[in-house]
Design a protein around this ligand. Structure first.
Ligand code: HDE
Length: 708
């Protein structure tokens, strides 16, 4: 596969240092990052003559303690692992750029949102939450969507998720929630899954989690790709303009290729057959020049309208329905460069919701307030001290000078005598900058606050169910089936009956039909609503198509993957026709064969049937050619390939004799989304049309196991 050249590392070249004074040194010292033509040395720069043998007393004698080369190497190795993130340990990331469409000066003075010709470098890390660093990508879980903008005014981190709400309303509950969802303490099971007693015990006792748990039981928790995920800042933030006016803002990321999810059966199988499925997909897309893109959308609420809604803007378990405040798209994020080194960049990147720039500010969302403290704190133990901002991936592009000094792992060698302010010894530098419209110092938004010091939850946070009901009502039928299936699957794994019963009670408060359908699968009686009116709440919006993935499907097959099944004797012309037609649509076609031997003149397979099963593709086309069709029809693996694609509601095509393979697999003829015939063009037209809807949902009743 040809590797497209990625754009040069632009401003985010992570070499030694980016401070102005060190720029020259940086270019002179390129030998430090590029080993080409360089000698193998110790960490002290001493050239190594023998990297194969430990120093020993005699050929067969004991090793000597004085072997500083061996000891340095093994000591370093012994300390290679750093503590993984407590949550979001499994992640993958990429570099890119952000560009605003037009100046947003009317909303915010943030410099990176003013000039449409300006590219702001970004680093984006996607993650799962529950599993450890080596866990599988496709598990049912929330996905982190963390964006670091290296703006001219300092770093801005938008540390969001792929779901717009959260499990809890107050930061003080976070350790409880995380302890409940993580592998259980006595046996460290299960990995990368919430289908266990402690998770459901906690959420069934904490009704404020009902809305978010419903999102995690939906298709949102099993994305087809990191590239087809939406992202959300979740909390209400503030934009501040040059005049000091504040407005509430919610941030949204929308993938330009549209959203799509896996089916649960696919997700589970992928976890075994390619546990790097999402990581690989992101890497390959960037490598192929199919740069993933998201638009940044904002929902703006004027301060005067703060109390106009039937929910509290500060409550992170609530969305602002788009029917009430539409999204305004203000810019585009493009990921165009894979990292050079996973550890140095993706593992060491440190996000913090407290990293903001002038023009952006916080609100009193009690979950956000806790996060502002937590992230810096966790980096101190994860990255070994308070100097983690000096690690290349974390350094701002903006110049950085202050009186902070020393501490573990200090890299900078500051000049001068005064590490305090004010000073007269170093000419008074560095000095404060007065706040101003552009380029000024950070000034916190002036918000009037008064009240007693109390530990209470605002009564305006009481509604725990109305938006969960809104979400349920906004789902299409297949999405509702998937949600019922997910609750049934997870709760069937819960050993304690009282927990299962209690969770059904929560479901009844969301929707009694949902509860009844899950109850059948659990063999339990269906409960009725039992929460009080305040807790049930009331949503002025009762249905929002923006919440459904299927309702919003973008008819396109851009960047999707298609398998062309071919065995020796395949018709090279039909393979070429398929490849050309799919390429023209921006999709990727891979030839999949029983072996890595050539199936047709001039055709080399990309992978074998067992190496890349149908779950890794969005559609499958069986190539023409008598001998190829015969061999595939006789192969159990090939028949399974097409049958599984059928079960997973994918578009299927067969050209000429290829139809025999479908017949051998007893695939029903004349089905929607199954295109057969000898005219490759006609087959492709129907195939592409079916695949652009992502899945053939009309087949679900027949092919998927739809729950009660
Ligand atoms: Fe996080 N979260 N979180 N979180 N979170 C972390 O920080 C925390 C929350 C999110 O790719 C940790 O560096 C608290 C909401 C992402 O590196 C830690 C609370 C949202 C990432 C932490 C929350 C998130 C983290 C672990 C409740 C969506 C991965 C390692 C008050 C808006 C970032 C680390 C990356 C990571 C704490 C709730 C998103 C422990 C205390 C809500 C995407 O500091």
């Amino acid at each position: 596969m040809a590797t497209k050249k990625q754009p040069p590392a632009s401003g985010v070249a992570r070499t030694l240092s980016r401070s102005n004074t060190n720029k020259k040194v940086e270019s002179l010292e390129a030998f430090r990052t590029d080993a080409t033509g360089q000698a193998l040395t110790t960490n002290q720069g001493v050239k190594i003559a023998d990297n194969q043998n430990t120093l020993r007393a005699g050929e067969r004698g004991p090793s000597l303690l004085e072997d500083f080369i061996m000891r340095e190497k093994i000591t370093h190795f012994d300390h290679e692992r750093i503590p993984e993130r407590i949550v979001h340990a499994r992640g993958s990331a990429a570099h890119g750029v952000f560009k605003v469409y037009e100046s947003q000066a009317g909303l915010t003075k943030a410099a990176f949102l003013q000039d449409p010709s300006k590219e702001t470098p970004v680093y984006v890390r996607f993650s799962t939450v529950q599993g450890s660093r080596g866990s599988a990508d496709t598990v049912r879980d929330v996905r982190g969507f963390a964006v670091k903008f290296y703006t001219d005014e300092g770093n801005f981190d938008l540390v969001g998720n792929n779901m717009p709400v959260f499990f809890i309303q107050d930061a003080i509950k976070f350790p409880d929630f995380v302890h409940a969802v993580k592998p259980e303490p006595h046996n460290e099971m299960p990995q990368g899954a919430s289908a266990h007693d402690t998770f459901w015990d906690f959420v069934s006792l904490v009704p404020e989690s009902a809305h978010m748990v419903l999102w995690t039981m939906s298709d949102r928790a099993i994305p087809r790709s990191l590239r087809t995920m939406e992202g959300f800042g979740i909390h209400t933030f503030r934009f501040v303009d040059a005049q000091g006016n504040g407005r509430f803002v919610k941030f949204h990321w929308r993938p330009t290729i549209g959203s799509a999810s896996l089916l649960w059966d696919e997700a589970q199988k992928l976890a075994g057959k390619d546990s790097d499925f999402h990581r690989r997909d992101l890497w390959e897309a960037i490598d192929n020049g199919d740069y993933p893109e998201w638009e940044l959308g904002v929902q703006i609420v004027e301060e005067a309208d703060e109390h106009k809604f039937d929910f509290d803007l500060l409550d992170p378990t609530k969305i602002i329905p788009e029917e009430l405040v539409p999204l305004k798209m203000i810019g585009k994020l493009t990921l165009n460069r894979n990292p050079e080194n996973f550890f140095a960049e993706t593992e060491q990147v440190a996000f913090c919701p407290g990293h903001i720039v002038p023009g952006i500010d916080f609100t009193n969302d009690p979950l956000l307030q806790g996060r502002l403290f937590s992230y810096t704190d966790t980096q101190i133990s994860r990255l070994g001290g308070p100097n983690f901002h000096e690690i290349p991936i974390n350094r701002p592009l903006a110049p950085l000078h202050n009186g902070q000094r020393d501490a573990m792992h200090r890299q900078t060698i500051p000049k001068g005598q005064a590490s305090y302010e004010p000073n007269s010894i170093d000419g008074g530098w560095p000095k404060e900058t007065a706040p101003a419209a552009a380029g000024g110092g950070f000034e916190s938004y002036t918000e009037r606050v008064e009240g007693s010091k109390i530990r209470v939850r605002s009564p305006s946070f009481k509604d725990h169910y109305s938006q969960a009901t809104l979400f349920w009502n906004s789902m299409t039928d297949p999405e509702k089936d998937h949600i019922v299936g997910a609750y049934s699957f997870e709760l069937s794994k819960v050993e304690r009956k009282n927990i299962r019963e209690r969770q059904l009670g929560i479901l009844a408060n969301i929707d009694e039909t949902l509860a009844a359908r899950v109850a059948v699968n659990l063999g339990l009686p269906a409960p009725k609503k039992n929460a009080d009116a305040d807790e049930l709440g009331k949503s002025s919006v009762t249905e929002s198509p923006a919440l459904s993935i299927i309702a919003k499907t973008k008819p396109s097959i851009k960047t999707r993957k298609v398998a062309i099944l071919a065995a020796p004797g395949a018709d090279a012309a039909s393979i070429k026709a398929v490849q050309d037609a799919l390429k023209a649509e921006g999709a990727r076609a891979l030839v999949i064969s029983p072996t890595l031997g050539s199936p047709a003149q001039g055709v080399e397979p990309d992978a074998t049937i067992l190496g890349m099963p149908s779950i890794m593709f969005d559609g499958v086309i069986v190539a023409g050619g008598k001998d190829s069709a015969k061999a595939l029809a006789e192969s159990g693996d090939a028949r399974h390939f097409v049958l599984e694609a059928f079960k997973h509601l994918k578009a299927i095509g067969a050209i000429g004799d290829g139809e025999d393979v479908l017949a051998a697999a007893h695939l029903p003829g004349g089905e929607e989304g199954v295109a057969v015939g000898s005219d490759a063009k006609a087959v492709l037209k129907t195939f592409i049309e079916a695949m652009s809807k992502h899945r053939v949902w009309s087949r679900a009743q027949k092919a998927e196991s739809v729950p009660a």
